[in-house]
Design a binder for this molecule. Structure first.
Ligand code: ZN
Length: 138
């Protein structure tokens, strides 16, 4: 999460490293046939005013779209996937938990990286919250 007003980046017009000014706006974006409203950040060069491309800003924008998409389709949030993994910490690794849920062994590791599960898998993940870990695994 970036809450800074400026972020360091490289301006391809000024050919210099700059402290780019970050602006945040709510935007309407259509992604995968779904209209979403989400926060999007843009970084501008303080000298020439052109947009500066910064990886961190790009990632923020992507995750903001993914978050909104998940909410719109009632799919488990990334935060809840993290909570789920913490709930099983010490009992099952993400791989073991994936297998116990009948998923590919890398499934939960991928969801932790931000991959969006299908609705069906999202329901499975949510159900796993309510199960005593030992019961699910053995
Ligand atoms: Zn510039």
């Amino acid at each position: 999460m970036i809450d800074k007003w400026t972020i360091s980046g490289y301006c391809i017009y000024c050919l210099e490293d700059v402290d780019a000014v970050v602006e945040t706006k709510e935007e309407e974006i259509t992604w995968k046939n779904t209209k979403l409203r989400c926060l999007q950040k843009t970084a501008y060069c303080p000298m020439c005013g052109n947009e500066v491309h910064v990886g961190e800003v790009h990632n923020f924008n992507l995750f903001s779209i993914y978050d909104a998409y998940r909410k719109a389709h009632n799919i488990i949030s990334l935060e809840d996937v993290n909570k789920l993994v913490r709930q099983y910490e010490g009992t099952a690794t993400p791989k073991e938990l994936s297998i116990a849920l009948g998923l590919h062994e890398d499934a939960i590791d991928n969801y932790l990286k931000g991959y969006i599960p299908s609705k069906k898998i999202s329901r499975k993940l949510r159900r796993a919250f309510k199960v005593v870990p030992q019961k699910l695994l053995y």
